[in-house]
Ligand binder design. Structure first.
Ligand code: KIV
Length: 276
């Protein structure tokens, strides 16, 4: 099968079909997500708290962030894989940012990188501009940017114009700057629905929302939340399965069968001893 490309994503967008994006951090889940037909896989730095056992995305290292998309790419055939650049792997200097971005394509085999962008985000916009000029596709990310959680003070809804929430105008302008710099799409995280609509109306590239309501061009969710795997549920998300319960039941049954002698049987043995 042919790999999914940015023109394929634009075709879906131009047909008015909402784009679907879901995170994956390893090969087996990526394989299932691709088989179900998602448009894009995001190897988010949400791997920090959903896959690597950290409390947040901040500790995720560049090496960890490279190894997850590499596994996802190995586990898929045609998926469009976007890799998050982790905290401080970009923005420190232009050359380091671009070199690190390039590693996601050259070493991990990703199709694009995603960069969180602060309101107006001049430094990040410059990185996006240079990356896209050199052929590294970039997805922007505005609104709640968890890599700035210490600066923001928590996971506050953005676009409300309060002490903990930037203005709608700032979000619209930041997204426009990212589009001008060449971003092929922009993620809007935890943003007032009206502001998300304003951004979507202002851009020609697709917007992908998470906690951004209904008036965006596509949706992205964290796969662990969707599958009910190891996490709390959030109102911005929707849980479609309860894998925690399934996994625990299967493991309990295995323990019980080993302890009772019900597993293994002769069928699970090589050259079994004939007890008859
Ligand atoms: O890291 C991530 O999973 C993300 C999504 C929440 C958009 O950035």
């Amino acid at each position: 099968m042919a790999p999914t490309t940015i023109p394929d994503i634009y075709e879906t967008y131009e047909e008015g079909v909402p784009l679907t994006m879901l995170t994956a951090y390893d090969a087996p889940i990526a394989w299932q997500v691709e088989a179900a037909g998602v448009d894009m896989i995001l190897v988010g730095d949400s791997a920090g708290d959903n896959h690597l056992g950290y409390d947040s995305t901040l500790p995720v290292t560049l090496e960890e962030a490279l190894s997850n998309p590499a596994a996802v790419v190995r586990g898929t055939e045609e998926a469009f894989v976007v890799a998050d650049m982790p905290f401080l792997s970009y923005g420190t200097s232009l050359s380091e940012s671009v070199e690190n971005a390039g590693r996601f394509l050259k070493e991990a085999g990703a199709d694009a990188v995603k960069l969180e962008t602060a309101p107006y985000g001049e430094t990040t916009v410059e990185v996006v501009d240079r990356c896209t000029e050199l052929g590294i596709p970039v997805q922007g990310h505005v609104g709640l940017t968890p890599q700035r959680e210490k600066e923001i003070g928590g996971a506050y809804v953005q676009g409300r114009d309060t002490d903990t929430s930037t203005t709608g105008d700032a979000l619209v302008e930041t997204a426009e700057r990212l589009e001008d710099a060449g971003a092929f799409s922009v993620v809007l995280e935890t943003v007032s629905e009206g502001v998300a609509k304003r951004v979507t109306d202002a851009l020609e590239v697709p917007t992908i929302g998470i906690g951004a309501g209904r008036y965006v061009d596509g949706q992205v969710l964290v796969v662990s939340d969707v599958l009910g795997l190891g996490g709390e549920s959030y109102s911005l998300s929707k849980q479609y399965a309860d894998l925690d319960a399934e996994v625990r039941a299967a493991v309990s049954e295995y323990i019980e069968e080993v302890r009772s002698g019900a597993f293994p049987t002769a069928e699970n043995a090589f050259d079994p001893i004939d007890e008859a």
